[in-house]
Design a protein around this ligand. Structure first.
Ligand code: FES
Length: 154
C-alpha cells in the first residue's frame, strides 16, 4: 500500500461526509485512485459510512466494474471476440502468458508489471486479431510479435 494511503483515502471520503448512500461514488473514486479496491480501502469506507464491511463488499461485488485485486501496471488486453478468435486470438493469449511466465490461471505478473485480460470485442474487427496494451492498439498481431510488443513497455 502506498505511503500516503491514509491521506488519499481522507481526500476520497471527505466530500461524502454524512452521505450514507454514497457507497458507489466512493468505490468508483477508490478504484480510480488505486486501480482496484484494496481491502483496507473498503474497510475504511465501511467505517466512514457506518455500515458493515461485508455490506460494502456485497455492493462492490454486484458490479462488474469493480476489481478486488491489484492490476498490472501495464494492461495487456487481448480480444477474444469472434473475428479475433477465428484469427487465432487464443494462441496469442497463450503466447503472451508464456512470455510473461504466467500459468493459465494467473493474470498478473508477480512484480505487477503486466496484467493480461481478455476482452469481448474492441470494435476493430477488421484488424483482427487485436491486442491493446495500455492505450496502444496493435492490429493483425501474430505470435511472433508478442515479444517485441512487450518489450515496448519494459
Ligand atoms: S472481435 Fe476482436 S475487435 Fe472485434
Amino acid at each position: 500500500m502506498q505511503e500516503n494511503f491514509g491521506e488519499q483515502m481522507a481526500a476520497i471520503l471527505a466530500p461524502y461526509k454524512g452521505e450514507r448512500g454514497a457507497i458507489i461514488p466512493i468505490l468508483q473514486k477508490v478504484q480510480e485512485t488505486f486501480g482496484y479496491l484494496p481491502q483496507e480501502a473498503t474497510a475504511l469506507a465501511a467505517r466512514f459510512l457506518r455500515i458493515s464491511h461485508s455490506e460494502v463488499y456485497g455492493v462492490a461485488s454486484f458490479y462488474a466494474q469493480f476489481r478486488f485485486s491489484r492490476p498490472g501496471d501495464h494492461g495487456v488486453k487481448i480480444c477474444l471476440g469472434t473475428a479475433c478468435h477465428v484469427k487465432g486470438a487464443e494462441l496469442l493469449m497463450d503466447s503472451f502468458k508464456r512470455e510473461l511466465g504466467l500459468d493459465s490461471r494467473e493474470d498478473v505478473t508477480p512484480d505487477y508489471k503486466f496484467g493480461v485480460e481478455s476482452v469481448a470485442c474492441f470494435g476493430s474487427c477488421a484488424l483482427a486479431p487485436v491486442v491493446v496494451v495500455d492505450d496502444k492498439v496493435y492490429g493483425r498481431v501474430s505470435t511472433s510479435k508478442v515479444k517485441n510488443i512487450l518489450k515496448e513497455f519494459e
